[in-house]
Design a protein around this ligand. Structure first.
Ligand SMILES: Nc1nc2c(ncn2[C@@H]2O[C@H](COP(=O)(O)OP(=O)(O)OP(=O)(O)O)[C@@H](O)[C@H]2O)c(=O)[nH]1
Ligand SMILES: [Mg+2]
Length: 449
């Protein structure tokens, strides 16, 4: 990559979606501190954030100062606050700015499509952080119901992204993970509890990754500080994905992407060769790509559809009868698997997932879900062979390396477990992730001793 002056920097807008008290503000402050920490570790390559505007800098310092003085987390956010950061890198060749990004710290209740400011943020966004309370997900059986409203927003965006073929990433950030038992079991519990939602994201081919954020406050010589791990990797991933294109092309926001998509479709309709008899019917819809219409298309996901009006049992029998006629219908298989998982019927979900994996061998997410179901059923060998398959496709897949290592360790094959953990550490793209793998490896290997 060429050195860039400040004015050349691509600027990305990151949306955040999360309810009151989930940990959005703490995440922002924690990620800043976490990356700052990796910089001071004197490694050959480190990343850090720099606040670009004085107001944002003041606001961030006020939060960190409050924590240092009181030893308490900051108070709830009262109004939307803007932050402009640059992501900077240090390497042997020197320091450089990689990109800039805008972050809106939003009060929980403003994360709502009816809020005009939030609508603008959604449409101007390039990617999104979705905040999920990891502690509550494991310990509160009602949490998923409470989270459903926020998740519908995610699905609305993800469905539009799919429909219009846009490139838009979702970082799923599990907050407050330091309150969970350390070790892989909590992580697996999070994944298990989230499976119904992941299935829905997979069904629209959403691009997403999971991140486990732990930001406790620790005392340090009469003052207090955030000891953050795991969260900053979410920012690094989203920005890395956005920054991939070289030379830097202008990345589309959700709004410009949708507009481009509808106007291209309109162009196609207008083309003299187009012989679609319905073109006059659709044209006005296609060219009405104003903000209002786009917001309406987001809002339509909140209206109950015919499908939502059906009970899960009715939906299941509907998809079963489709499959009786057309056993390989992938949409029916995906929807049926999701419903079985949501209805806590893993035995029925398993054969459906096996068919999905056969048909979609490239979808790692489905393979992970299947492997997890095998593990839950104590079918460890089958689970391991799924991880082997994933590793044959992607030999650096950290999640598969770690999960296989845990299984090998359970079988007493400690040497292979160690080798797999070592490889996972080696390929971890950030210090935070490496530390996380290390922590898992230590707890698993010690547990085995
Ligand atoms: N132990 C622990 N607690 C956390 C963490 N993140 C957030 N919390 C707790 O969650 C509370 C809310 O965090 P905030 O970051 O203020 O939540 P928010 O999403 O910004 O909430 P609003 O601004 O009210 O919408 C904090 O006061 C902490 O008690 C974490 O990583 N670890
Ligand atoms: Mg806040």
């Amino acid at each position: 990559m060429n050195g860039l002056s400040q004015t050349d920097l691509p600027v990305f807008n990151l949306l955040s979606i999360g309810q009151r008290g989930v940990g959005k503000t703490v995440f922002l402050a924690g990620s800043y501190v976490e990356l700052q920490g990796s910089r001071s570790k004197n490694s050959d390559r480190s990343l850090w954030l720099e606040c670009q505007d004085s107001q944002g800098k003041e606001n961030l310092e006020a939060v960190l100062d409050y924590i240092a003085r009181t030893g308490e987390y900051p108070p709830p956010t009262m109004k939307i606050t803007d932050f402009n950061f640059s992501l900077n890198a240090h390497s042997r060749q020197g320091d450089k700015k990689l990109c800039a990004f805008r972050w809106w710290d939003v009060p929980g209740e403003s994360c709502n499509f009816r809020d005009p400011d939030f609508q603008k943020m959604v449409l101007n966004s390039h990617s999104c952080c979705v905040f999920i309370n990891g502690y509550a997900l494991v310990n509160n059986p009602e949490y998923l119901d409470k989270f459903e409203g926020a998740f519908k927003q995610v699905m609305a965006i993800a469905s539009l992204v799919k429909e219009h073929g846009l490139d838009y990433g979702f970082a799923l950030i599990f907050t407050q993970c330091d309150l969970l038992e350390p070790g892989p079991v909590s992580q697996l519990q999070i994944e298990e509890n989230l499976q119904p939602l992941l299935g829905r994201l997979d069904a629209v081919n959403a691009k997403y990754q999971r991140f486990y954020s732990a930001i406790p406050i620790t005392a340090h010589q009469q003052t207090f500080q955030l000891s953050a791990t795991g969260g900053a990797a979410a920012l690094v991933w989203l920005l890395g994905e956005l920054n991939k294109t070289e030379p830097f092309q202008e990345r589309r926001t959700l709004e410009s992407g949708l507009k481009q998509s509808v106007s291209t479709a309109a162009e196609r309709q207008r083309a003299p060769t187009a012989v679609n008899p319905n073109r006059h019917r659709y044209l006005p819809i296609l060219i009405a790509s104003s903000l209002g219409v786009l917001v309406m298309s987001l809002a339509q996901f909140f209206l109950p559809s015919a499908e939502q009006a059906q009970t899960p049992t009715e939906q299941i029998s509907q998809y079963e009868s489709i499959l009786a006629r057309d056993p390989n219908n992938i949409d029916a298989l995906v929807n049926l698997a999701k419903l079985y998982i949501e209805q806590q019927q893993p035995d029925k979900a398993m054969p459906v997932l096996e068919k999905i994996v056969q048909q979609r061998p490239d979808s790692l997410e489905w393979q992970f879900i299947l492997a997890q179901l095998y593990e839950n059923k104590e079918e460890k060998q089958k689970a391991e062979s799924v991880y082997d398959r994933i590793l044959a496709q992607q030999d650096n897949n950290i999640e598969a390396l770690v999960k296989k290592a845990v299984l090998r360790n359970e079988q007493g094959d400690i040497q292979t477990a160690k080798t797999l953990f070592a490889k996972a550490e080696k390929v971890a793209p950030t210090d935070a992730l490496r530390d996380r793998v290390k922590a898992i490896s230590q707890s698993v290997l010690q547990g085995g001793n």
